[in-house]
Design a protein around this ligand. Structure first.
Ligand code: 5GP
Ligand code: ZN
Length: 112
């Protein structure tokens, strides 16, 4: 996906502040953090949103949570949120699936 921001970041064409990377997943600091810890967990495979996810993605989607849990432990986060916005009405602005790992402050429920 040549015009996809996160595909271009994953390919190294656009700079990012990397937290973690392996062959399947990239974790970067969000450019506009809304919490003291705000990391984006991005699969390298282009999937536009959770709307597109099916059984073929089971392992990858589970793996992203494993990485989220590992980063949360490494960062010593006591409480944290893993958030996915699916679709523009839910707040999605980059249409390459990603999870927000948020921590370092108190959170309210329900989210806005
Ligand atoms: P969404 O709104 O799609 O759930 O989340 C997209 C996130 O990507 C936003 O929190 C936004 O701040 C972040 N973002 C947008 N452009 C860039 C960028 O070029 N670099 C990084 N690191 N984050 C970005
Ligand atoms: Zn993409």
């Amino acid at each position: 996906m040549e015009n996809c921001l996160f595909c271009r970041i994953a390919a190294g064409e656009i700079e990012s502040n990397k937290v973690y990377e392996d062959e399947r997943v990239l974790a970067i600091h969000d450019i506009n953090p809304v919490a003291p810890v705000h990391i984006l967990l991005i699969p390298k495979e282009h999937i536009s949103s959770l709307h597109e996810v099916d059984e073929s993605h089971t392992e990858l989607m589970g793996y992203i949570q494993v990485i989220a849990a590992r980063l949360a432990r490494e960062l010593g986060l006591e409480g944290f949120r893993v958030v996915n916005n699916s679709g523009a009405t839910a707040g999605q602005s980059v249409f390459h699936i990603h999870y927000h790992l948020l921590g370092g402050r108190d959170f309210r429920w329900p989210p806005g």
